[in-house]
Design a protein around this ligand. Structure first.
Ligand code: AMP
Ligand code: ZN
Length: 466
């Protein structure tokens, strides 16, 4: 079976192919940079990374755009509270987001674009909407008239035909029960940042941002638009209303939405105060790839319940895979090939690929890999593994890691040079010889604290960085 995704728009699993040639034009809603991203946000971005990597694995070229929302109510409020300019305030959290992305091994989209650098495009889109009669003004702000767009509700599958025309909302986020004409351009408020423009002074609403930037870089009809489920309504519904009113063409062919990450059945959210950032977890000693594994291991349309036990299990799972790889890299096996194991390896790869083709079923893909690792370990223990079984097994691991990207340990900055570590190891050996175990234990512990692990073997002491 070929590659297929669940499309929120049609509520069906559909075969996926890009509209034009081999290039997938994808837009994903990026972070609002008013704080550090929490791991709920990062779950969504990790899902989008897995999606990207799988499309590349399947031979497609990506043209992927992600926006950075660097102007909105929360940002303006927080920047003012800290007495900082918008740019100064958002630079810090934009940088933090890029660092989190790199730590989590999220591939960079081809384009990352900032809202504040696209104000003219947004003004232009609002002018087009005005020309076609989709807008009206009130108190210096410009609103989108949803009654003018009969298909409003088609993404969130809500029937809004009975709503009161003319009820307005200035907030960017609101619930389904209160579908309203939403704001495209907000009149300036006292002391708040605004832009001069042909449509008057003001600043853009959140929704017009994504429509304007997506169409600028990706054209009128995108292949894929993705985000978390909380964006279906109103954000993505509003993006459709804006874009399709301007172009009269479908805005995106596939809409993919990832489920929430919960903590004790509650959505992890900054406002609920129940959140962890990647930095919090790193401070507790969890490597970023462990967090990545946990976030990627649950299929994106299922809720993910975050627990520390889950995180520990993720660390163990990665450890098993690394041990298996080490065994393949270093152990010597008798010449020849074991046909049964070879066939087992091929079947695991098939299953791995079929699972990801099936709407990115990461849990089944991992199950296929781990069953293989268990069987291969058993065969190694029983002396049945052969030298020519090694390359196909390593190839399977390499393909797995193209998507999951967890096998390489994150380098821990120990601050100690290799030479200094060697020196301390020698000092420890000398202490052991003179039976000064207090000193030798102390050195081992100090090194461990600096991220250096010692292994005493028959050939002497080996060390590695954590
Ligand atoms: P924000 O920075 O608030 O605009 O959110 C960035 C992304 O994170 C959006 O795609 C949201 O849908 C997503 N998101 C927010 N909270 C969660 C959560 N608890 N679990 C998964 N995704 C989330
Ligand atoms: Zn968006």
């Amino acid at each position: 079976m070929a590659l297929r995704f669940y499309n929120t728009l049609t509520q069906q699993v559909e075969l996926f192919q890009p509209l034009e040639g081999n290039t997938v034009r994808m837009y994903t809603c990026g972070p609002t940079v008013y704080n550090f991203a929490h791991i709920g946000n990062l779950r969504t971005f990790t899902f989008e990374d897995i999606l990207r990597r799988w499309l590349i694995y399947r031979g497609y070229q990506m043209k992927h755009v992600m926006n950075i929302t660097d102007v909105d109510d929360k940002i303006i409020r927080n920047a003012a509270a800290e007495n900082k300019s918008l740019a100064e305030y958002t630079a810090k959290y934009t940088q933090a987001f890029l660092e989190d992305m790199a730590a989590l091994r999220l591939q960079k989209p081809e384009l990352m674009v900032k809202a504040t650098e696209h104000i003219p495009e947004m003004v232009d889109a609002i002018e087009k909407l005005a020309e076609c009669g989709f807008t009206y003004q009130s108190d210096g702000s410009i609103y989108y008239r949803i009654a003018k767009f009969p298909e409003y509700g088609k993404l969130s599958h809500n029937d809004f035909s009975g709503i009161r025309a003319g009820a307005r909302v200035d907030m960017d986020e609101y619930d389904k029960a209160n579908a309203r004409d939403f704001v495209l351009w907000k009149a300036p408020k006292d002391g708040e940042v605004f832009w001069e423009s042909e449509i008057g002074p003001g600043r853009p609403g959140w929704h017009i941002e994504c429509s304007a930037m997506a169409m600028k870089y990706l054209g009128e009809t995108l292949d894929i638009h993705a985000g978390g489920v909380d964006l279906i309504f109103p954000h993505h519904e509003n993006e459709i209303a804006q874009s399709e009113a301007i172009t009269s063409k479908p805005f995106a062919r596939f809409w993919l939405h990832s489920e929430f990450l919960n903590v004790e059945s509650q959505k992890m959210a900054k406002s609920a105060g129940n959140f962890y950032t990647l930095r919090d977890l790193q401070a507790e000693g969890y490597q970023p790839e462990v967090v990545r594994y946990l976030l990627a291991s649950v299929p994106y349309r299922k809720k993910l319940n975050f627990t520390f036990d889950g995180l520990k299990a993720a660390a163990r799972a990665i450890g098993r895979l690394r041990d298996f790889k080490l065994r393949l890299d270093t152990d010597k096996y008798p010449d020849g090939v074991n046909e049964k194991i070879l066939e087992r390896t091929r079947a695991a790869l098939r299953q791995f690929e079929e699972s990801l083709d099936d709407d990115l079923n990461t849990a089944e893909a991992l199950a296929a890999l781990f069953e293989f690792v268990r069987d291969a370990n058993t065969a190694m223990d029983a002396g049945e593994f052969r030298a020519e079984n090694t390359a196909p097994a390593l190839d399977l691991l390499e393909r797995f890691d193209r998507i999951f990207a967890v096998l390489e340990p994150t380098k821990v900055e120990s601050g100690l040079s290799d030479a200094r570590v060697d020196e301390l190891v020698q000092e420890r050996n000398a202490a052991k010889k003179t039976r000064n175990f207090a000193r030798s234990d102390q050195i081992r512990q100090d090194l461990l604290d600096s991220g250096i692990i010692l292994e005493d073997t028959k050939e002497g002491t080996r060390w590695k960085r954590k």
